[in-house]
Design a protein around this ligand. Structure first.
Ligand SMILES: Cc1ncc(COP(=O)(O)O)c(C=O)c1O
Length: 382
């Protein structure tokens, strides 16, 4: 039986090596043990501070405004697409994973026309092909891209995509869900109309709030576009501007915890500090897993330091569910694969996880693999 004590977060829960919801700090969780009235000045002040802090993370405090959207990240993406794309608009959807495909589905359901540029899950979009599609179809009003496609962990070249979209005079809508706060994005350099993300990713809050950081001038043009009441960002923004209050019940505890998470994000040094820690986590994880005999899906130049996809080993002794269960028992939750190109599983580097946690994970993985009798694991160096 294992000599390794179960790992755990400060609160005794397993560590989540997942793409979010993720392990949060004790202080973020503790921020929620109070009650607030949604129309009370104390809550409204906290909400205002959160909304004002978010555009600063993308260097857009003067030109951008945050519109919150109750719900998970997908609510924010759907709100962004159906508010910004007019009914007669057409979107070039860049797909290299599940979240690009989901955006297309949202647009199909909402009756917005789409053109798709799809590449394999381990390949970035082809810029020359985007150029060709935009040149050949003047009807394309918007381009939709995913910053880090969490399906594989690939970092899509949003800076180059944005430059191309701007050159053609079209508008960019970005799903930055798993990248926001960890991968730099400077809206002074990257022309983008809207950026969707959520509370429970790299800012390390708890789930329940999506948000869209909107270029003010672009948001002002969206009146009447929305096809639902709830997901209308223009209406949500107008109501909050007027009254300071949400149209419908806000996830108060989530927002207060998010406020605490944002303070911890700033204390860590913002995007540079947080992204730097995740990059260290990813490097320790990748080096360690390779030393154990695993192969990564992505070439290093394509890999974002958010979540790493490993190919499923061919050794019949490796049974993913057994590996998963044994790790969970010892305090680590990993993530199944979501790829169509290869059998795989994923391990996240984000959340309140540090170098020591990644090393403890690797020690535990080695022990589990040897208990499973997996043959490809090299003996531990003395
Ligand atoms: C890139 C991306 N977009 C959208 C989503 C959807 O977010 P949610 O599951 O919170 O609805 C996720 C979730 O991981 C994501 O990684």
């Amino acid at each position: 039986m294992s000599q390794i004590r179960p790992a755990a977060s400060e609160t005794g829960d397993p560590l989540l090596l997942t793409p979010g919801p993720l392990t949060t700090s004790r202080s973020v969780k503790q921020a929620m043990v109070h009650d607030w009235g949604s129309r009370d000045a104390a809550f409204i002040a906290i909400n205002t501070a959160v909304m004002e802090a978010l555009p600063r993370i993308v260097c857009g405090e003067d030109r951008y405004v945050t519109v919150p959207m109750q719900g998970s990240g997908t609510f924010a993406v759907e709100a962004m697409l159906t508010t910004f794309v007019p009914r007669g608009g057409k979107v070039l959807v860049l797909i290299n994973g599940a979240y690009g495909s989901r955006a297309r589905r949202i647009l199909d359901i909402a009756g917005r026309a789409t053109v798709v540029h799809e590449t394999a899950e381990d390949a970035p979009p082809d810029l020359a092909e985007i150029d060709r599609l935009l040149s050949g179809d003047a009807g394309i009003s918007h381009v939709f891209a995913v910053h880090c496609e969490t399906t594989s962990g690939i970092r899509n070249p949003v800076e180059a995509i944005a430059a191309l979209v701007a050159r053609h005079g079209r508008r960019l809508l970005l799903d930055a869900m798993s990248a926001f706060g960890a991968l730099p994005l400077d809206t002074r350099e990257v022309a983008v109309d809207a950026i969707a993300a959520s509370s429970n990713k790299c800012i390390q809050g708890v789930p329940g709030l999506g948000f869209v950081i909107c270029r003010k001038e672009a948001l002002a043009e969206t009146a009447g576009n929305a096809t639902t009441l709830v997901l209308d960002l223009h209406d949500q923004h107008a109501a909050i501007q007027k009254t300071g209050q949400y149209r419908f019940t806000p996830p108060i505890h989530v927002i207060v915890a998010f406020h605490q998470a944002l303070q911890e994000f700033q204390q860590e040094g913002g995007v540079a500090g947080r992204g730097g820690r995740y990059a260290d986590n990813a490097r320790i994880l990748t080096d360690g897993m390779r030393a154990l005999g695993f192969e990564t899906l992505l070439a290093p130049n394509l890999q974002a330091p958010i979540i790493v996809t490993f190919r499923m080993p061919e050794d019949p002794a490796f049974v993913f569910q057994r590996f998963y269960d044994a790790l969970k028992e010892r305090g680590f939750v990993i993530y199944p694969g979501k790829l169509t190109v290869a059998e795989s599983f994923r391990i996240g580097c984000i959340g309140d996880l540090h170098a020591k946690d990644m090393r403890a994970f690797l020690d535990t993985a080695r022990e589990v693999l040897s208990e499973m009798g997996v043959g490809f694991v090299p003996a531990k160096a003395a």
